[in-house]
Design a binder for this molecule. Structure first.
Ligand code: ZN
Length: 427
């Protein structure tokens, strides 16, 4: 039976609302956060360039930079100093990508993935574990991963842990198990994990990662950005001026958009979007129609991708029909919201490339507004890693000084050392 949980427009990507003890006090980006964001976007920059990019006075930039240098979030790059200019040459500043690591956690078909990344969100290492029966039992797994990363990167401080996945996403990923990160009490996180932990809505975290990648590609940051995650969990996040507007009555949902299919939905209606495009629906149809042959039960939707790639026209037809439905649903969302950018991500896009073309074609045909091509994810099958790491770095890029204060070592000077026998870090 299909998952009864709702598809919803994910809540707040930049500062996730569904958070655990380590969430930022405020979602307002501080001046220090703005300086970090500029350096993340443009690379090494002088104080003068930072002043121009942020609109802050040079003295304000000097103050902020001094604090960030003191906390090892920035470093000087004297080797990049440009000579020949009038006056004293300015030494460029850069993010210090060697001092810290953040950990992103998410669940995919293979299990719990714990990814360590640097301050730019670049993956340093990855560990995979089997998914335990409950989220509570997964907390020690995350703690063990953090411990192993600390041993692997003795020169780096553990900064933050970000878990991408609300209860709905994880119950879906771990079919048949009563698994949901929302079930973990705050005290269980803080007892097991010595750094702050943020639990972010899955689709919102993926949307933020995609928007970040767009920014890094040099394209202007759109004020209105619509992201569709066309995978499990299927969902949408609409980001306006860096935030996801969430009405007081809670986030909306596109899960029960009528598609015209004959798939019954747990809500009592027939043809709702969520159940129509669900992996389970496709697999049930494939088994019923003998598309995957008889005998063994399908392991997952990957079997259908493999069959289509192997030349099965029936498998391709099922996947293409789903892509067509998704393309039309994206058009409906786009026409309502009319954003500057419509981005689409999900592992299936990489696993079944023809799906992209069909989604794009159906979307273009169904949208009533002037053409706005879809922007497809640059992360491919690693979108989950990027989103989870983004969730772990969100607080740092919002209020870096506040984020470091909340770390286990926050009240001490950041001393970049680790003592493995004592399992003690940073002083
Ligand atoms: Zn429904």
């Amino acid at each position: 039976m299909a998952d009864v949980s709702k598809l919803r427009i994910a809540a707040r990507a930049t500062s996730p609302t569904a958070t655990r003890p380590g969430h930022p006090v405020s979602d307002t980006v501080t001046p220090a956060g703005q300086v970090l964001r500029v350096l993340r976007r443009v690379g090494p920059a002088t104080r003068g360039e930072l002043s121009r990019q942020t609109g802050f006075s040079l003295s304000a930039v000097n103050r902020v930079v001094g604090e960030l240098l003191g906390r090892s979030l920035l470093r000087d790059r004297p080797e990049l100093t440009v000579g020949g200019v009038v006056g004293r040459p300015q030494i460029p500043l850069d993010l210090n990508t060697d001092a810290f690591f953040a950990v992103g956690v998410h669940i995919d078909d293979c299990g719990i993935r714990c990814v360590a990344g640097d301050l730019r969100g670049r993956v340093l290492d990855c560990l995979e574990f089997d998914v335990p029966a409950t989220a509570g039992a997964a907390v020690p797994v995350v703690a063990a991963a953090l411990h192993r990363f600390r041993l692997a990167f003795p020169a780096r401080c553990a900064l933050w842990v970000g878990v991408a996945g609300d209860g709905r996403a994880d119950r879906r990923a771990v079919r048949g198990l009563a698994f949901g990160w929302d079930d973990v009490p705050d005290a269980a996180w803080s007892a097991a994990i010595p750094v702050p932990v943020t639990v972010a809505p899955y689709v919102g975290a993926m949307a933020d990662a995609e928007r970040w990648a767009l920014e890094l590609s040099g394209r202007p940051s759109p004020s209105s950005y619509l992201y569709l995650h066309v995978d499990e969990p299927f969902g949408a996040a609409w980001i306006v001026d860096g935030r996801i507007p969430v009405p007081r009555r809670g986030a909306g949902t596109i899960g029960h958009l009528a598609t015209g299919s004959d798939v019954p939905c747990p809500c009592g209606r027939v043809g709702c979007l969520e159940v129509t495009v669900a992996d389970r629906t496709l697999l049930d149809a494939a088994v019923r129609d003998g598309v995957l042959g008889s005998g063994t039960a399908p392991r997952g939707v990957g079997d259908l991708y493999e069959a289509a790639e192997g030349g099965s026209r029936a498998a391709a037809a099922l996947l293409d029909s789903r892509s067509d439905t998704i393309g039309r649903a994206i058009a409906v969302m786009r026409d309502i919201v009319n954003p500057d950018v419509v981005a689409v991500g999900g592992r299936g896009l990489a696993a079944y490339p023809p799906g992209r073309r069909i989604i794009a074609r159906s979307y273009a045909r169904a949208s009533a507004l002037p053409a706005l091509p879809l922007t497809f994810s640059s992360f491919g099958e690693r979108i989950g890693d990027a989103g989870a790491l983004g969730a772990s770095l969100s607080a740092v890029y919002t209020d870096p000084v506040g984020a470091l204060r909340r770390g286990a070592w926050g009240r001490r000077a950041a001393r970049l050392s680790y003592d493995p026998p004592l399992d003690r870090f940073c002083g």
